[in-house]
Design a protein around this ligand. Sequence first.
Ligand SMILES: C[S@@+](CC[C@H](N)C(=O)[O-])C[C@H]1O[C@@H](n2cnc3c(N)ncnc32)[C@H](O)[C@@H]1O
Length: 256
Amino acid sequence: MTEKTANLAFGQSLKAFWHALFLIVPVTVRSLWVLIANINKPQVKKSEKIWDMISEHMDTYAENEGIKKTDAKRDEKLKKYLKSNDVVLDYGCGTGTIAIEYAGIVKKIHGIDFSGKMIEIAQIKAAQNNVENVDFTQSIIFDEKLEKESYNVVLAWGILHLVDDRPDVIKRINKLLKPGGLLISATECMAENKSSITSLISFLMKLRIFPIMLKFFKVSELEESITSADFEILETEILTDNPVDCFIAAKKPLGK
Ligand SMILES: C[S@@+](CC[C@H](N)C(=O)[O-])C[C@H]1O[C@@H](n2cnc3c(N)ncnc32)[C@H](O)[C@@H]1O
């Protein structure tokens, strides 16, 4: 590596660290009172409350440079895999940004999220944008109202690193897909590259003051949980490297 490329790499990781701080610090500070107010609640309830709190700022956080740099890649991947006849489940849909943006290129999108406040915002945004082929429900992936083999695509964008039971969640996604259906995902693999950002998050999590319980795993472990759930991986691509955000498209084989 030349001195110039080393300086460039250092500059880029400093920039990434700076962008991450702009997300990590306000989320952590705002979340402290939510954690204190819900100290006796089970972890899953605390997580819901934290995401309810984040919902108000979600669309502002999405403007963060560190997050925006994956937007072009997301656009490329979703346009590559989504088809006009697809019925899509958007798992962990947040404020519905992706569902609303891509509703025009598919038949229907059903967004689910365990945060009621995220769902409220998503419903308001869909109405404001006159998007009629989307609906949003406060729900979890194991909700029995979700019908088996009813989706062509399950979108899991920014969610698989947040769930406690990743292998079971991915098996459930497989069951919800029609044979030949696709899992389209982007997942932070925090154990892939140790960096200042991942170390800071891990430190704050150990102190129990980082509000979001991220799961630390490598790309290979994510791939393993996908193939073990009877999927065939079609594509893996690293979208960002600090922390590693990994895109995976996987297919449920026909006849399964
Ligand atoms: C990082 S955000 C991603 C939002 C959206 N997919 C996007 O990319 O803009 C993660 C979302 O997953 C939701 N979430 C986290 N854990 C969940 C769970 N176990 N079940 C359902 N939703 C969950 C949060 O409420 C939040 O809206």
